[in-house]
Design a protein around this ligand. Sequence first.
Ligand code: FAD
Ligand code: NA
Length: 389
Amino acid sequence: MTADLVVVGSGLFGLTIAERAANDLGLRVALIDRRDHIGGNAYSENDPTTGIEVHKYGAHLFHTSNERVWEYVNRFTTFTNYVHKVYTSHKGEVYPMPVNLGTINQFFRSAYSPTEARALIAEQAAELGDKVPENFVEKGISLIGRPLYEAFIKHYTAKQWQTDPEQLEASIISRLPVRYTYDNRYFSDTHEGLPTDGYAAWLERMADHPLIDVRLGTDFFDTGQEINRENVRGSVPVVYTGPVDRYFDYSEGELGWRTIDLEAEVLPIEDFQGTSVMNYPDEDVPFTRIHEFRHFHPERNYTKDATIIMREYSRFAHRDDEPYYPINTDADRDGLLKYRDQAKAEPNVLFGGRLGTYKYLDMHMAIGSALSMFDNKIRPHFAEGAALE
Ligand code: FAD
Ligand code: NA
């Protein structure tokens, strides 16, 4: 094996490290992934029936206010001017999200000014008086008042967590944004858009370098592989972006994750819902939302004969599921601290990314954090001989 650096996981964190190490330091990088494609969860592919680009692991919207990240990603792709908006279908009526003046006025059949709406929500949120919220429901009410909370948040969150909302901890929410304007742009970052020729093309360009040796279908823990944990341990530097508990054989217990199930359906119509994401916050609907992928690229000439939608269901992840969102119970936090100590002590291995740090990271955060690791640890090690820790 002739790699100077092994990168485990080809999501945006691993890709950024591999790209910088090859392009900036001239290192030979082995980039391994157990999946049969690069790109991690940001990967997309064109649905064979309709030709519509589908985000395989759930809808991915790129947005950032970090100028360094924006400059970096633009080396590999341009972005469209797509602006994300979300709607929600509650009891047979569709409202704009997140809760804004339009939502409030439609819900209360009124024409409140921003000041009037603020006063109304403050009055409704005061329902519990001085009582400290004891669970998720009380916390929600204390933030936006009972009517809006029960309509748009309560059952939606319960479905996400598959838990009775009375049993959920208040700490799940610290704030619920309410906008007292009609602005329903979902993100408020400086830059937003979707990769013009798709996620796969962007991600593949990052790995397209003669010094980057991409090895797909390769699990780092499979000792039958040429590169694996056992035979690189202590000798070849590793950036590991898989689950941190898995690396240490779950010695401190399993960290809890939620996952989602996506159910795709091709329909013989041009347009199913008129927008890319529709939330379903009601208790009697089993899924949380429906994605319709054609709407992410209105500038493309997609077929008018068919559309592809995906219903999204949320649940706790088992060991064999894809871990998506950290649950972060007290036990998880305890376990994480112990894993962090082990990670620090593990010679020549840096842990990064969403799974390696047990932290939800948006794409721009994963890229930004990888650029920092490159500057602060990888370059000093290879260029100046600093220890890798
Ligand atoms: P990942 O993309 O998860 O990549 C980790 C890689 O490591 C995977 O390819 C995995 O196969 C590989 N791996 C794991 N274990 C091993 C092993 N033992 N051996 C070899 N390879 C291994 N971000 C946004 O900015 N906007 C969004 O709208 C958005 N939506 C999201 C929706 C969902 C459902 C999820 C889960 C994430 C979303 N993200 C979004 C976050 C985005 O996907 C992350 O930025 C990105 O996943 C972080 O990249 P990463 O490299 O840390 O992890
Ligand atoms: Na280490």
